[in-house]
Structures are given as C-alpha cells and as structure tokens.
Design a protein around this ligand. Structure first.
Ligand SMILES: NC(=O)c1ccc[n+]([C@@H]2O[C@H](COP(=O)([O-])OP(=O)(O)OC[C@H]3O[C@@H](n4cnc5c(N)ncnc54)[C@H](O)[C@@H]3O)[C@@H](O)[C@H]2O)c1
Length: 399
C-alpha cells in the first residue's frame, strides 16, 4: 500500500476521493489539505461515508498546510490537485521535501517551470507524473491497439477539436480558467495532445494561430454569480502538430464558441488503410468506430461530396469495435495508482513526466507560434509509454 497526501480538495477531488478509497487497492489516502479548511473537512467526510458503506480505508488526517503533509514521514506520494498556476509551487516544494509527486494537468504553467521540475525530480531521483490518465482507459487503449496492430495502416493525419463557451456557467471558482496556465489549450488540450502522442508518437514541431474573443467573462455559476473575470490569456487556439513519423494533426480548443452540450466534435485519426473515430479523450470509455475502404464496397459509386448531408446517423458507415481493455468508467487516479505500482516494483509507469513535459511543450507552442509568426521546433523528445495490460483484478495494476 502506497500512502498518499492530497493537496487541494476542490472540484476535481471528489472523483479522486471516490476512486482512491473504493477502486484502487494499492493506494491509501492518509491525509488531505486545502487552503480553505472546510474543503478538507468535507473531503474527510466524503471518505467516512465510503468507509461506512463498506470501503476498507483509513480516515484521512487534515494537515494545517501543505508543509505539514510534506513533513509527515508516513507520506510517500503527494497528489497535487491545486489550480494550474499553483502546480509548480506545490510540486517543487513536495520534491524538495523528498516526496514523489502526481499532479493534475498541466505539469506547470510554462516550459521554464516544467524544465525546472523535471531537473529537480531527476536530481532527487523521485518519481513524478501526472494527469491526464484518461489515455490509460479502455477507449484510447483500444484505439492504440488497433493502430499498433496496423488496422488502419500508417497514420496520415488527425483532426480534433474541443469546443465550448468556457466553464463560468458551472464551475464554482472559474477564474483560474482565464488566468496564466488556464485557457482551453492548457485545460482541455492535455487530453487531446496526450492521446495524439500516445497514438502517433513523438511530435517535432507546432504551428498555431490563437486569439482572445472576449476580454471579460461574467460568472453565472454560484457562489460568484454576476462577478466579472478579466481574461488574461488567449481563449481560441488552433494549429497543427507535425509528428516525427510524418503524420500531421490539426487541433482547435476554444472557450469562445457556442456548441450544443453532448455534441462534442469528432476526434478522427486517418490512416493509409482506414479511419478511426477516437472517443472523447476526456473520458475513459468508447465508442471506438472504424471505417475502412472495404466498408464502401456496397456504397454508392459517386463523388462523396455530392451525397446529400442528411444522413440519419452521425456515424453512418462506421463499425463499432468492442473495447478491449478495463477502465471504461471515470477512473481518475488510475495514473496515480500505476505510478504507485512502479514505486513498489521498479517498473516504468505510464503517465510519467517525460510525457507531461513533451505535452506541455506542445500546448505552450501554439500561442508562441502565433505571437512570433513562425513554426516552433520542439526540443523535448518522447517515447510512448507501455500500453495497458489487462489484469484480472480491477483496481490492481500489472506488475
Ligand atoms: N474541475 C474539473 O472538472 C477538473 C477536471 C479535470 C482536471 N481538473 C484539474 O484539477 C485541478 C484542480 O481543479 P479544480 O477544478 O478542482 O480547482 P478548484 O479551484 O476547485 O480546487 C483547487 C483547490 O486547491 C486548493 N489549493 C490551492 N493551493 C493550495 C495549497 N498550497 N495548499 C492546499 N490547498 C491548496 C484551493 O484552495 C482549492 O480548493 C486543475 O489542475 C484542473 O485542471 C479539474
């Protein structure tokens, strides 16, 4: 059992509390800490309810501040669930206290911070990893298996978009989404870009065009209803990623566009022998849909551009592939659990800092490219981490 302290008990903490306490059997939450003490108390209360319902877990301590957690000899791993612009400070202090760290995304606010954290973790010989871990779920892992088995041939290109009008309609404290380290590329881009590098491999350069449509936002969620947020960063980011194997991906992430809920854009991966609709990479599940030339045999032999675009089904012509791996529900903390297994066994782990660092460089290069009006070659290198292995026991990672 690896003992973990949670720093930051805000909006995303609920699913971590649930999964650490009730799903992942090799991780134990020994303490929690938040700048707002009531949030830490609420987190402990949540765990108590799981224990009352039968979960085998200790009641976590409440630390008065993060340093008390870092000085607790019982704690081996710090789980950093603070806001994006706080990740660097919390992760750095935890590493300096000799703790392994798993952080929510992104790794840091910019590459200078990211480089420093990577150097520190390496100097100290500590494990460092972080979200997203959705790529370890059944959906993206099934796509990866199809790609690796050559099911759609060589990857030609990919196309993906995350379109919404921001988070101030539902998040209780949405300001951070519009400040340094926020914005749709740093917030939602990690899911898409991590999936892209997992499916295609190392990227070598980025070109981007980015902008800010609205200089201010009005919060319509509680408890800050009616308050104004000054937008400090670009909120519509679009661009292309060139991969080392010759594939090219287009990506758009935006908080500036109205879009019907539940109708997220298709994430498509194009190969020389077919196309895969990749499931929403912000989820762990499917569907995984495949279209290959042989599926066209019984189709109409006319210019596809002339076919009336009133097909009754969004995915007409695609075949759904059954999911081949475990973890198709919201399994946040899967990456943490995998890192904890690595700590005990000495094996590599999947949501590691080399991946976070490469992804951070891609995420931050769109705005840089747009500002400087040029293609940005990447300096970080990347080797894909191991595919998932099905293990008979749900909640226990492979050796
Ligand atoms: N909200 C979501 O749906 C969601 C989904 C996936 C990932 N995330 C990621 O999770 C992270 C947190 O997001 P959130 O929505 O939970 O934010 P949040 O603002 O709701 O919670 C962050 C919490 O961290 C606490 N905190 C900050 N610095 C601290 C410190 N030094 N010591 C103790 N506590 C500290 C804050 O008081 C706050 O309660 C972000 O990186 C975000 O990108 C959020």
């Amino acid at each position: 059992m690896v003992k973990v302290a949670m720093i930051g008990v805000g909006a995303i903490s609920g699913i971590y509390l649930k999964n650490i306490t009730t799903v992942f059997k090799e991780v134990e939450l020994v303490g929690v800490c938040d700048l707002i003490p009531e949030r830490a108390e609420k987190g402990v209360q949540t765990v108590k309810e799981y224990i009352e319902a039968g979960a085998k877990a200790p009641v976590p301590k409440i630390y008065k501040d993060m340093y008390e957690a870092f000085n607790d000899p019982e704690v081996e791993v710090v789980l950093n669930l603070t806001r994006p612009y706080e990740h660097y400070g919390v992760t750095k202090a935890a590493l300096e206290h000799g703790k392994h760290v798993f952080s929510e995304k992104p790794l840091a606010a910019d590459m200078e911070e990211g480089d420093e954290l990577v150097a520190l973790a390496e100097e100290k010989g500590l494990l460092m990893g972080g979200a997203p871990d959705t790529f370890m779920g059944a959906g993206i892992q099934t796509v990866r298996k199809l790609v690796d088995d050559g099911y759609i041939g060589d990857i030609v290109a990919a196309n993906c978009a995350m379109i919404c009008h921001g988070h101030e309609t539902w998040h209780p404290d949405p300001e951070f989404y519009y400040k340094r380290a926020g914005g749709p590329m740093m917030d939602m881009g990690p899911y898409y870009v991590t999936a892209l590098v997992q499916l295609i491999g190392e990227a070598k350069g980025v070109i981007g065009m980015t902008k800010k449509t609205f200089p201010e936002r009005i919060i319509t969620s509680e408890p800050h209803y009616g308050e104004k947020i000054d937008v400090d960063i670009d909120t519509h980011l679009t661009g292309s990623i060139a991969f080392a194997n010759g594939a090219v991906a287009q990506i758009c992430t935006t908080f500036d566009v109205h879009y019907a809920p539940g109708a997220q854009c298709r994430f498509e991966l194009y190969g020389t022998r077919g196309t895969i609709c990749v499931p929403d990479p912000n989820t762990f599940g499917g569907p995984v849909l495949v279209y290959r030339p042989e599926d066209q045999v019984n189709g109409q032999a006319i210019d596809p551009g002339l076919i009336a675009h009133n097909a009754p089904q969004y995915y007409t012509g695609y075949k759904e592939v059954p999911l081949l791996f475990d973890y198709n529900e919201n399994s946040r903390a899967l990456g943490l659990s995998d890192m904890c297994k690595a700590l005990r066994t000495g094996r590599d782990f999947r949501a590691n800092y080399q991946q976070q660092h490469h992804v951070l460089e891609i995420l931050t290069s769109f705005e840089k490219s747009s500002r400087e009006g040029r293609y940005i070659p990447l300096k970080t290198h990347y080797t894909r981490t191991a595919p998932m292995q099905n293990n008979p026991m749900h909640g226990i990672l492979d050796e």
